[in-house]
Every structure is written in structure tokens, then in C-alpha cells.
Design a protein around this ligand. Structure first.
Ligand SMILES: Cc1cc2nc3c(=O)[nH]c(=O)nc-3n(C[C@H](O)[C@H](O)[C@H](O)COP(=O)(O)O)c2cc1C
Length: 644
């Protein structure tokens, strides 16, 4: 992280906040060359720390007068690790899939980065808090120019349709810098709330915005806040739900690692509005970097009088602590989460009473998702009607999605509500890999469902996805092509839910188990047509008789696959055939004697030692040893491996 001096320990007036922002601007947009490496978990997993070390080594070893900084995830996951070079007055140049050993070559070109090994340029960035654009080119007094024909971010299909409100600072600021957050207009909304608006007026703005909770259910945030405002008895509490247990989802992690202050600011404003003085962020322990960056940001905010007693001299006091969860999916459910914070077993309880009435320690509690909290400062700063102008009549604002699976650009994206699934998958995501056919899109994780490719014209909003049998959920979006077996997908999600069911409701505990057994049987080719009716009956029963959302929505993956891909179930049952060639019991790997040229490439990847054959002679697979792992299929460059 960059070297931050603690000159702003006390933000006692607007001038102090502005001075803090000035220091932030100096590191955010320095007058010397700046090298930035995206070191969120996604970048680190791809080797960003090694790249960062190489940059530091080169800069320090050669005494180069360059600033080196870390930043969060800009969302271009398929190109990690990402390195940005910014020469003042020029567009910021992004390099993708950077290796430590290529760092020296990239830096050697400076101060004139060359286009040939770079991906794109960022000519400036839009800031939804201020409503202004910062041009990176020649102090903004010239048109934003690109570099030798490199595409700008604004031109790239991946970024063109995005609108970044929640992720406004991710990949822009150094997440460990309070000053850089302030330079982007951070904590202005808090200032405005504390000194220009009454709690009632803040509530009105949130209500006007039409914001709905981003944790999955889409409950109107203004209504929830009003209930907490009106609840009697105290103390009241604020909770940020950062449990994020859906497989394939990492939106909240991206925000916490890339811009922790945005969540903290939202929570303080929430505390002021609802009369709470204590906040808790519940983060799963598998997110150590998010915990570290949040902890550092909380400490900075405390030192700067943004948290603690008498915030900024307003008379309002508020503090935030972190509770680390052990990673149970059900602990994302609000009442289970509260039980977990209190040190009890993480099991849901019946509602009502809702947490707004009886939450943490039995007191009125407002629990919102990470994205919900990060949107709050923008609402306060720009006004509720500004946000309400984005999206659809019933789903306002933007939504962050982690776009994963069989898609060209795996990415963390933010789009206005109402963007169609087709635009997300085909335009932003670049479609399924070449030669493949899109089959379905899974939204909402284990509580959601599979939407078939024919329905990709659906707009992404709460109502449309629910009507299709899925849900918006927290934002995981898994693209599936023709290599995906829908029976296998249903089996996977049921297995997940069976494992994650807390067991309190008999119907959920045993129902998910029985449903998984039936789908398992079908995938083994041992199912019957009566099983489909049994599955539907069980799904209905589990959904109707479970107490919490886990069981209530557990049928969705099964019901949507049955509704849209019944033929595939029937192929497994009647023909003992898996059309996608995934279910191992129903497929056989053989080698085509006409095509095989005996190159031997398939022999060593075969962990079971099933493949034999002399060089340049036909190879064969011994069926008893074949584990059907598919390694030979991947290794063969001549399409000689057959799966039937
Ligand atoms: C099984 C289950 C898991 C959940 N997991 C999460 C989660 O990881 N994050 C989250 O914000 N909400 C999760 N929720 C929803 C929460 O119960 C709650 O509705 C949400 O935190 C409220 O915040 P919001 O109004 O901002 O969406 C989950 C619900 C269920 C039933």
C-alpha cells in the first residue's frame, strides 16, 4: 500500500475534509508516473503480489521516480493480474495477464508506454458522487486521447454498458487510503447528512430513491429504515451483511476489498438516520483480505473522527466492529446471522418479529447488504430522485454481478437494472466460448434457478427474474453452455443445500437430502419417470413448509431445470443417456482408431493409467481403469477421444 501520512487525524471542519481530499488527490493523480497493481483476492490468486513485488524491486532497484500503488478489483477478472501505468497528462494504460518477468519490459518503455502489449486505456473516470468526470489527459484541457489505437474503456464491450455507482472507486483508489476516498468525494455525504439534513430528511431521500436491498430479497430499503426509525426501545443497531455464501458470487468481497470506506460511510449515515450508535459488519472468515482492509479503514475513520464519539463535532456518536463468520451459508440469513453475532448457533428463527423490531440483543436492528450500504452515500449526495432515474419502474439503480462460468469475459460488473440478460452475457461477457452454444444462465445461486437461453431477452430486475422461476439473489450469474448437464447442475445445488441446511426444519433437512438422492439416481441412469413427479411434490413441500429462505427457495434449481430442461431428465431416465456428456455413469471414453495418430499426448494426463499404446500406434483406454475425468479429451489435439 502507498505510504500514507496521518496528517488528517481530526476532520473537524469542512476545510479539514478538503485538505484530506487534497492529499488524496496528490496520490490518486500524482504529478509523476504511477504504477498500479490490482491486488484484490482475484488479482492475488492470479499472481498480483508477485507482479507488485517485481514492480517494487524494479522501481527501488533502479531508483525510478515512480509512485507504486495497490488498488482493488476493476472487474476484468479474465485478464488478472492487471497492471496500470499512468504517465501524467496521458491516458492510463492497462496491461493484462501480467507476469512478474514482464514487468521490467513494461517499465523500460516509460515514459512512453507502447500499445502493443497493452489491453486498453482509461482516458478518465466518472464519479457518481460528484457527478463529474476526471480527465486523465493533459489536465483535461484537451480531448481525451487514446494511445496508438488502443481501445478506451468506454469503447470496450465489457465496460461500455456498465454504470458504476457501487463500484465507483474499485480499481481507482488505493483501498488503504482514506485520503484517496476523500479525494473522490468520500465522506461528503456523511457531512451533508450530519450538518444539512435531519434524520427524517435522509430517510426521505432513501425512500425517494426506491432502493431495494441487494442481499437477495429486494426489500425496499426505505421501508426497512422507517420501521427501525419507528421502533421503540434501544439501543438500536446497524448490521452490514457481508456473509456472501452463494457459490460463484464475489460482489461484496470486491467492494469491501476495493473500497471499504464506501460501506463504512453508508453505515454511519444509517446510524444517524435510525438513531443507532453501534454497527457490526459480519464477514465470513474466508475473506481475510476484506477483513484486513475493513479493519484498517475502520481504524482510519476512528482516527479521523468519522467514527467514535461526537463524529466531526456533530454530537452524533457511532462505532463499528467486525464479526467474522465461520462460513455457513445459512448464517447469511438475517436472524441466523444475528444469532451468530450473539455467539449462539447460527440458526434462523421465525419472523415476525423482524430484526427491525427485535434484532441484535433483542433490540431494533437494521440489517442491509454490502452493496445496499455502499449505495447510501450516493443517494444522500446526489438525492434520492437521481438514483430513482436509473433502472426500471420497480427496480431502481444498478446491480453488481459476478459473471462467471462458460463466458468469454469472466468479470465483476455493474449495470443499470433492466439491462437484459442477453446484453450481460453476449455483449458485456463476450458470449460463450467460440464453437459453443449458450444453454442457460443461473442467477441467484442456490436460491435461484436456471433461465434458458431462449429467455435471455429478460431484463435483469427483481420481478422478471422471479417470474421466470429464478431470483435476482445477491448477484452471482453463472453462464452455462452446451457442455453443462442440467441434471448435474440440479444435483450440485441440492448437494450444497443439503450440506448447508441448518437442520432446524425437518422438511428442509430431510427434503433436500431426498431430492438430492432422487436427482443423483437419475444422473446414474437409475431414475424412473415417477421420480419426476416425486421431485416436484417434494420441491413443493420443502418450499411451503420451511421456515427460512434457504428451504423456501431450495426447490428453485430443481423446478427451473425440470420446467425448462425436462427433455434432459427424460434422456437420463428413458435412454440412459446424458446429452451433455457429463454424468459419468452414462458415458464412455474411447479412442477413435481412424483419427488417433499415436502421439501419446493423452497418456501422462491420465491419472488412472488407463491409456496405453506405443508411439505412432493406436492408443486404447482400459474401461475398468478410466475415471472419466476428461483429461485425455483436453490433451488430445486431434479430436481422437470420443465420449459417448
Ligand atoms: C439462506 C440465506 C442466505 C442469505 N445470505 C445472504 C448474504 O450472504 N448476504 C446478504 O446480504 N443477504 C443474505 N440473505 C438475505 C438476508 O436474510 C437479508 O435479507 C439481507 O441481508 C437484508 O439486506 P438487504 O435488504 O440490503 O438485502 C440470505 C438469506 C437466506 C435465506
Amino acid at each position: 500500500m502507498t505510504d500514507h501520512h496521518d496528517h488528517h487525524a481530526h476532520l473537524t471542519d469542512l476545510e479539514a475534509l478538503e485538505r484530506c481530499a487534497i492529499h488524496g488527490r496528490a496520490t490518486l493523480y500524482p504529478e509523476r508516473i504511477k504504477i498500479m497493481v490490482g491486488t484484490a483476492t482475484c488479482g492475488n490468486a492470479a499472481g498480483a503480489q508477485e507482479v507488485l513485488d517485481a514492480v517494487r524491486e524494479e522501481v527501488e532497484g533502479k531508483h525510478l521516480p515512480y509512485a507504486v500503488a495497490e488498488t482493488g478489483c476493476i472487474g476484468w477478472c479474465s485478464q488478472e493480474p492487471l497492471l496500470d501505468v499512468w504517465v501524467p497528462g496521458q491516458p492510463r494504460v492497462t496491461y493484462g495477464r501480467v507476469k512478474a518477468k514482464t514487468v521490467r519490459d513494461i517499465l523500460a518503455e516509460l515514459p512512453e508506454p507502447k500499445a502493443d502489449r497493452a489491453l486498453a486505456v482509461m482516458t478518465g473516470d466518472d464519479n457518481p458522487i460528484t457527478g463529474r468526470r476526471t480527465s486523465y489527459c493533459n489536465g483535461g484541457d484537451r480531448p481525451e486521447a487514446t494511445l496508438n489505437g488502443l481501445p478506451t474503456y468506454a469503447e470496450l464491450p465489457l465496460f461500455k454498458r456498465q454504470l458504476r455507482i457501487v463500484m465507483r472507486n474499485c480499481g481507482i483508489v488505493d483501498p488503504s487510503s482514506l485520503e484517496e476516498y476523500a479525494a473522490r468525494g468520500g465522506y461528503r455525504a456523511l457531512w451533508r447528512a450530519l450538518f444539512s439534513l435531519t434524520p427524517r430528511e435522509v430517510l426521505q431521500e432513501v425512500q425517494l430513491s426506491g432502493l431495494r436491498g441487494r442481499g437477495g430479497a429486494g426489500f425496499p430499503t426505505g421501508r426497512k429504515w422507517q420501521a427501525v426509525c419507528e421502533a421503540t426501545g434501544g439501543p438500536k443497531y446497524i448490521i452490514c451483511n457481508a456473509d456472501e455464501g452463494d457459490p460463484g458470487a464475489y460482489m461484496d468481497r470486491g467492494v469491501l476489498e476495493g473500497d471499504p470506506h464506501s460501506v463504512i460511510e453508508g453505515m454511519i449515515i444509517g446510524g444517524y438516520t435510525m438513531g443507532a450508535h453501534e454497527g457490526v459488519i459480519y464477514v465470513r472468515d474466508e475473506y481475510p483480505l476484506a477483513v484486513a482492509r475493513l479493519s484498517e479503514a475502520i481504524l482510519q475513520a476512528q482516527r479521523a473522527d468519522l467514527l467514535g464519539k461526537d463524529i466531526l463535532g456533530s454530537g452524533f456518536s457511532f462505532n463499528i466492529g467486525i464479526t467474522r463468520g465461520a462460513g455457513a451459508f445459512v448464517c447469511g440469513e438475517e436472524t441466523a446471522l444475528i444469532a451468530s453475532i450473539e455467539g449462539r448457533v447460527g440458526e434462523p428463527r421465525p419472523r415476525p418479529p423482524y430484526p427491525a423490531e427485535r434484532g441484535l440483543w433483542g433490540k431494533p436492528t437494521c440489517i442491509n447488504n454490502v452493496e445496499t450500504w455502499a449505495t447510501v452515500p450516493v443517494i444522500v449526495q446526489r438525492g434520492g430522485t437521481w438514483l430513482a432515474g436509473i433502472g426500471t419502474p420497480k427496480s431502481k439503480g444498478t446491480k453488481v454481478f459476478s459473471l462467471v462460468g462458460n463466458v468469454t469475459n469472466t468479470a465483476l460488473i455493474e449495470v443499470p437494472m433492466g439491462t437484459t440478460l442477453a446484453d450481460v452475457v453476449n455483449e458485456i461477457g463476450g458470449g460463450v466460448p467460440a464453437g459453443r452454444v449458450c444453454k442457460a444462465v443461473q442467477t441467484g445461486g442456490p436460491s435461484g434457478g436456471c433461465i434458458p437461453a431462449e429467455q435471455l431477452s429478460l431484463p435483469v430486475d427483481y420481478e422478471s427474474l422471479t417470474k421466470a422461476g429464478s431470483i435476482m439473489g445477491s448477484g452471482g450469474m453463472i453462464v452455462m453452455d452446451d457442455r453443462t448437464c442440467m441434471v448435474d447442475i440440479a444435483r450440485y445445488f441440492l448437494g450444497f443445500l443439503e450440506d448447508e441446511s441448518c437442520g432446524k426444519c425437518f422438511s428442509c433437512r430431510v427434503g433436500t437430502q431426498r431430492m438430492r438422492e432422487i436427482v443423483n439416481r437419475i444422473s446414474l441412469g437409475q431414475g424412473s419417470e415417477e421420480d419426476l413427479q416425486l421431485l416436484e411434490d417434494l420441491a413443493w413441500l420443502v418450499g411451503e413448509t420451511s421456515m427460512c429462505g434457504l428451504g423456501q427457495s431450495a426447490p428453485n434449481p430443481v423446478l427451473t431445470t425440470l420446467r425448462y430442461f425436462r427433455d434432459e431428465y427424460l434422456a437420463h431416465i428413458r435412454d440412459k443417456r446424458c446429452p451433455a456428456k457429463v454424468c459419468k455413469s452414462l458415458i464412455t471414453y474411447t479412442i477413435d482408431p481412424v483419427v488417433c495418430n499415436g502421439c501419446g499426448a493423452c497418456i501422462s494426463p491420465c491419472a488412472g493409467g488407463a491409456i496405453t499404446g506405443e508411439k505412432k500406434k493406436l492408443h486404447t483406454i482400459e474401461q475398468a481403469k478410466c475415471t472419466k475425468c476428461g483429461a485425455c479429451l483436453e490433451a488430445c489435439k486431434f479430436d481422437a477421444v470420443l465420449v459417448n
